[in-house]
Write a protein that binds this ligand. Structure first.
Ligand code: FAD
Ligand code: SF4
Length: 508
């Protein structure tokens, strides 16, 4: 009998476990564009186009390889507009009672698929370097999970950047060399883009039609949607960017959205590129003398370390993780997260490029938009929904631990040893934003003071009971306590004024 092989939008890999297990002579691949997935958060329209166009190209690749594909387009008549609905419809149409699938990336859909009145076989997702049992074994019995220790084990197990049983160059981590600010007289590589082909243009037109007021610019869509073009993006990264990737990893420059970053996360997350392959290529570039060790190590750590680690955390924590709110934050997300309409130059730049490109690099996400949300006491569930909506690479298993854990400390420090908060000083050191800002970064309180400054102290003061015992925060509290009473009162009053403005929806 025919079985259905469900392939989801982020499972676009020819040797996916469900495809490897299936029989192309008798089974039918089911792929479906459904409103339940495009609309469960207010997704950036470029993100929707990227997923749907990549799915259409992958379906074509499968057909060329001899698979029978039952493909539903978003605007097809009879589309039930949910994954479970499409599986049931195809089961009836094909006379199939069995579904083969690969474990999907979010809890919501895992439950929907498992609850189907069909016989469903869920196979593990083998596209990760560290499988689920391996991560569980590593995490077992640990009170707090630290990426650095996990990463060292992964380095040993893969042999990447190893010199026998010692790390290449003598250190595991060269982060200290990766914090240099950049200036715009440096040669900054041009971002890699691909012009839309007819398939992509068709999807762009459909999405423009269906979501005329949807979030995000559609003009200038330049994402790769095929394995071949994703590979070209990787080639571009290794040739043009890897060399300086490490040194300027934390830098930010006005109007320079990508700098030396890889911009490969969407392709990794969709299954168009392989994580271990990218790590091996970075290690080979170092061995060949084409990239310094701090660059190769920094890049490998992001993928072999962080990416694998957050996948493990997501699986281990279960769906309740998504509602964590250890700091009791409850303010609504300001409207300017969607419009980019703010006087804060750093926020306007990060939010504007997010709207226009569905991309911001890590430090913009963590130390600008994430930092502001945390300092301003925004409800982490709303912050999570925003990050999940706005980035082309946003799939829940990677977005949620980054947002709720690393950025918002909503899990109470499961894997971050302290909250990533800073005043404007950090942003000023790492960027050129402040020189062009309405606000004064050197001013702590009063009219025209940088909002990050007053909010920083207000946050620390408000969270004192929770934070004071943390040895990594002790110095900051000592600095606060040494300030003159009036300075502290002024900072708190300024922060309250900013928060009132946020609550009223007034410009900030
Ligand atoms: P680079 O800086 O060039 O890094 C290379 C690769 O390393 C990336 O392509 C990515 O696959 C991996 N990587 C780097 N940092 C991380 C990390 N912290 N966690 C997991 N993988 C990492 N990443 C996503 O893929 N999807 C998300 O939805 C997402 N949401 C985030 C939300 C917040 C609040 C924060 C702080 C980070 C988030 N990240 C997310 C992690 C990181 O910011 C992006 O992976 C990175 O910016 C993607 O751009 P890049 O390919 O140019 O990365
Ligand atoms: Fe951002 Fe403050 Fe600098 Fe303005 S002064 S760019 S708000 S950090």
């Amino acid at each position: 009998v025919t079985r259905l092989v469900l392939v989801l939008g982020d499972q676009l890999t020819p040797d996916l476990s469900a495809l490897a297990e299936a029989d192309r002579a008798r089974d039918v691949v089911v792929m479906a564009e459904v409103a339940a997935e495009t609309e469960y958060v207010w997704h950036h329209r470029q993100k929707i186009v990227l997923f749907l166009s990549a799915m259409r190209h992958f379906a074509q690749e499968l057909e060329e390889a001899g698979w029978k594909v039952a493909y539903t387009r978003l605007d097809d008549e009879g589309n039930s507009q949910s994954i479970s609905g499409e599986l049931l419809r195809r089961a009836e149409e094909q006379g199939a009672g069995e579904v083969l699938t690969t474990l999907c990336g979010d809890w919501r859909l895992r439950t929907e698929i498992e609850d189907l009145p069909l016989s469903v076989t869920v196979l593990p997702d083998r596209r990760f370097i560290c499988d689920r049992p391996r991560f569980e074994a590593w995490a077992e019995g640990r009170k707090s999970l630290r990426m650095e220790y996990f990463y060292r084990e992964m380095r040993r197990e893969t042999g990447l950047l190893m010199d026998g049983d010692k790390p290449a160059g003598g250190e595991w981590n060269y982060d200290a060399e990766n914090r240099k600010p950049a200036s715009d007289d440096l040669f900054i590589p041009k971002p890699f883009t691909v012009s839309p082909d007819a398939v992509t243009q068709g999807v762009i037109d459909m999405i423009a039609d269906r979501y005329p007021d949807g979030y995000g610019t559609l003009d200038g869509f330049g994402w790769a949607v095929t394995r071949g073009d994703a590979e070209a993006a990787a080639v571009h990264f290794f040739a043009e960017c890897l060399r300086d990737f490490g040194t300027y990893q934390d830098a930010m420059l006005q109007g320079q959205p990508t700098l030396w970053h890889a911009v490969l996360s969407p392709y990794l997350n969709l299954g168009l590129l392989d994580p271990l392959d990218l790590c091996k290529r970075a290690a080979a570039a170092w061995e060949a003398g084409d990239a310094p060790l701090n660059a190769a190590e920094g890049f490998i750590r992001q993928i072999l370390g962080w990416r694998e680690f957050v996948r493990g955390v997501y699986d281990l924590q279960g769906p309740d993780y998504l509602t964590s709110n250890a700091l009791g934050q409850s303010r609504d997300l300001p409207e300017f997260y969607w419009t980019a309409d703010t006087e804060m130059a750093c926020m306007a730049d990060a939010l504007g490029q997010t709207r226009d490109r569905a991309y911001a690099h890590h430090i913009q996400r963590l130390m600008v938009t994430g930092n502001f949300a945390l300092l301003a006491g925004i409800d982490p569930a709303q912050v999570h929904a925003w990050y999940l909506a706005v980035y082309a690479d946003a799939v829940e298993w990677v977005e949620a631990p980054n947002t709720l854990g690393m950025s918002q400390f909503a899990d109470g420090g499961l894997f971050a040893s302290k909250p990533y908060v800073s005043s404007g000083k950090y942003i000023d050191r790492m960027s050129d934003y402040c020189s062009g800002c309405t606000y004064a970064v050197g001013q702590r309180a009063g009219d025209g003071a940088c909002p990050f400054n007053a909010l920083y102290w207000y946050f620390l003061d408000r969270q004192r009971d929770r934070m004071e015992g943390n040895p990594r925060m002790a110095m900051i509290y000592r600095t606060w306590d040494r300030m003159a009473e009036k300075d502290r009162a002024d900072a708190l009053a300024s922060a309250r004024d900013i928060l009132d403005r946020l609550d009223r929806g007034d410009p900030v």
